[in-house]
Structure formats: structure tokens, C-alpha cells
Design a protein around this ligand. Structure first.
Ligand code: PLP
Ligand code: COI
Length: 361
């Protein structure tokens, strides 16, 4: 399989592109091109095409519109000090995309083909990659069920698409995010789709996100489906808790029980925090541990992490169990150190001793 190049013959001018990159934010503007590849049960994957970004036309009876058979990924290309561009752990996204596909009965895309499509788009759009630390080109691979029909069965056709958008901060790094701990709704249960990055998980989360906004909160924190007390993750991020301070601090994250999305940032921070000399734990953390730990001062910092959000401090937490704030409600020293170290590695400013960066061009 290969990527055929039919790039946009009418791309943004330098001035238009500069303006769009400077607008920052997340998902405001898209680059000039996209990649599209089709799969069918009969013929497998066809070559991908890199073509001008634009609308796609689908029959109203296309299965994805009815039964939500869709998966996606989120990854970033980072500008390096020598002017080159690198991806961060693209193999991890490719493998998770294949696992998500398997769970949703979509075709698994070969890891090499997935990476080839991402590299082709990044090479084509290299001028769209912002150069400041903390800014990057966010890449969104996704796949939809494209068979036309209303029968409820796995689609025998699929379309893979890849789009990119210049991104700055998802949240303002100077502020802590406020969270609403949902005890009414659940994100995932054992045997469900919590480990998969499928659109349906996000659709099901939005009513709780709305509730969070009503409560004056930025994000939802999900608890386990059975006891409604074990902290799992947030709407689009994993969570970390810091116990103690200085070199004796313990950096903890909820264990992957089968219902959490196994975040690539989460996994990277397990190594980064260890490299910085902290004790690292994957464990079970309850809502009581959170509230009591904050009250006693044992829990000193909390942060959320993900590709889009990078590392963002969590300040006030609200729920039907009460309201409490970690530390003084501003990003703590270990949160800042981990954020800066991770961004430093991604931008080639700190030694990449785990070999995570893959140079594209
Ligand atoms: N949890 C959820 C529900 C997410 O959507 C994301 C974002 O991708 C994450 C966690 C963090 O994953 P990653 O670090 O791979 O971006
Ligand atoms: C990401 O961090 O890539 C995500 O997918 C989170 C959110 C924007 C859905």
C-alpha cells in the first residue's frame, strides 16, 4: 500500500496560513490537504490518496450515520530546533487505532500504512507546523463504516481519513482546570468500549459535560460504573495525583482496569516522572481518597494529561459529595516540571532517551 500524492492546487497563501496558525486554539482551521483510503471486505485496503481538504459526499443510508461505527486517534507533529519536524510515538497511535478498530468491528489498518499516511500529510503540510514550544500540528486520523444499508451488522466497507489542524493550548496552562465528578452518568463499564477511542464514547459523555458546565466546571471526571467511587479519567484526558512534595513525592495514576483509555501521554509520564526521580504508581484512587487527601494536605497536586491537553493542572473539584480544591488552586511545581519535561522532549530540547521522537522531514 502506498500514498498517492494529488496535493491541493490552490493552497492557502503564506499570509493566510500565517494568520491561521497565529489564531491558535484547537481545531479552528484545517490544512490544505487530507488523506483518504478505502477498505472493503472483498478487496482489503486500497492505496491512500493525499488530496485537497474538503467535504466528502456520502449516501444518507451510510452505516456510520445510523449505528455510530467510528474510531479516531489524536497525535501531534512538533517543530524541532534544527527546523525538522518529528512525530511523537506514532507507532503507539497506530497500534491503539488497530485495537480500537478491532473492538468496533472495523478493519485493522496495518501499522506501517497508518504511519505512512501520517508522514505523507506532515511532509506535505510542513509549513503548517507552528514553531513555538507548546504549539504543534494536531493530526486526527479517523475511520468510518461506509457500507450503505440499515441492517445492524459490521460494515463491509470503511473509509479512513486524516486531517490536520494547527494547535496551541487546549487549556490555558497558567490556569488550573475545574472538574465536575459525575456520579449520575458513567463513561464505561467492563466489557464496554472504554478502552477504544470510538466516537460513541464521546457522544455518551456530552450530557455530563453539559452538566459540568452548568456547575461552572471545565471538564467531567468519570468514576467506575459499579461502585461509582474509583476515579477513572476525564473527558479527553487521563489523571495524575501527586502525594507529598519534593524528591519524596509519589506520582500516581489510576490503574488501567479495562474501562479507561490507555493514554499515550499517561504512559509517557510514567517514564518521565520516574526519570525525574519520583516514585511512580499505577493504583486505584477513590473519590474519598481524593477528598480526604486534599483535606489533609497529603495530595498536593493533580493534573490531567493527553495529546490535546498536554499537562493541565486540576484545581477545584465539585460533585454531589462536596467541593474541594487541591493546593492553592494553581499549577504546582511537579505538574509544571512534568509538563516542561514532556514538551521539552517532544520539541527536541531535552534528550529523548526513550527514542519516542520520529523525524519525518
Ligand atoms: N482519555 C480520553 C477519554 C481521551 O480522549 C484521551 C485523548 O486522546 C486521553 C485519555 C489521553 O490519551 P492520549 O494521551 O493518548 O492523547
Ligand atoms: C486528544 O487528546 O487527542 C483527544 O482526542 C482529546 C479530545 C480532543 C477528544
Amino acid at each position: 500500500m502506498k500514498v498517492n500524492l494529488f496535493p491541493n492546487s490552490n493552497p492557502a497563501t503564506d499570509a493566510e496560513r500565517t494568520e491561521k496558525i497565529a489564531a491558535g486554539g484547537f481545531g479552528k482551521y484545517y490544512t490544505d490537504n487530507m488523506v483518504i483510503a478505502e477498505w472493503s471486505e472483498a478487496d482489503g485496503w486500497k492505496d491512500a490518496d493525499l488530496t485537497a481538504y474538503g467535504p466528502i459526499s456520502l449516501d444518507p443510508a451510510t452505516m456510520v450515520f445510523h449505528y455510530g461505527q467510528e474510531i479516531f486517534e489524536g497525535m501531534k507533529a512538533y517543530s524541532q530546533p534544527d527546523g525538522s519536524i518529528s512525530l511523537f510515538r506514532p507507532d503507539a497511535n497506530a497500534k491503539r487505532f488497530a485495537r480500537s478498530a478491532a473492538r468496533i468491528a472495523l478493519p485493522e489498518m496495518p501499522v506501517d500504512f497508518f504511519i505512512q499516511t501520517v508522514e505523507a500529510l506532515v511532509k506535505q503540510e510542513r509549513n503548517w507546523v507552528p514553531t513555538k514550544v507548546g504549539e504543534s500540528l494536531y493530526i486526527r486520523p479517523f475511520m468510518i463504516a461506509s457500507e450503505v444499508g440499515l441492517g445492524v451488522r459490521p460494515s463491509n466497507k470503511a473509509i479512513y481519513l486524516l486531517i490536520a489542524t494547527p494547535a496551541s493550548a487546549y487549556f490555558n496552562a497558567a490556569n488550573a482546570v475545574t472538574v465536575w465528578i459525575s456520579t449520575e452518568f458513567v463513561r464505561a463499564a467492563q466489557g464496554g468500549t472504554g478502552e477504544a477511542k470510538c466516537g460513541g464514547n464521546y457522544a455518551a459523555s456530552l450530557v455530563a459535560q453539559k452538566q459540568a458546565a452548568t456547575q461552572g466546571c471545565d471538564q467531567v471526571v468519570w468514576l467506575d460504573a459499579v461502585e461509582r467511587r474509583w476515579v477513572e479519567e476525564m473527558g479527553g484526558m487521563n489523571l495524575y495525583f501527586v502525594k507529598g512534595s519534593g524528591k519524596d513525592a509519589v506520582v500516581m495514576t489510576p490503574k488501567l482496569t479495562g474501562t479507561l483509555l490507555p493514554g499515550i501521554t499517561r504512559d509517557s509520564i510514567l517514564s518521565v516522572a520516574g526519570d525525574l526521580g519520583y516514585k511512580v504508581e499505577e493504583t486505584m484512587i477513590s473519590i474519598d481518597d481524593w477528598r480526604d487527601g486534599v483535606a489533609s494536605g497529603e495530595i498536593t497536586e493533580i493534573f490531567a494529561c493527553g495529546t490535546a491537553a498536554v499537562v493541565s493542572a486540576v484545581g477545584a473539584a465539585k460533585s454531589t459529595h462536596g467541593t474541594w480544591t487541591t493546593g492553592d488552586g494553581t499549577p504546582g511545581p511537579i505538574t509544571k516540571q512534568i509538563r516542561e519535561t514532556l514538551l521539552g522532549i517532544q520539541h527536541g530540547l531535552i534528550e529523548d532517551k526513550h527514542g519516542w521522537n520520529v523525524k519525518v522531514c
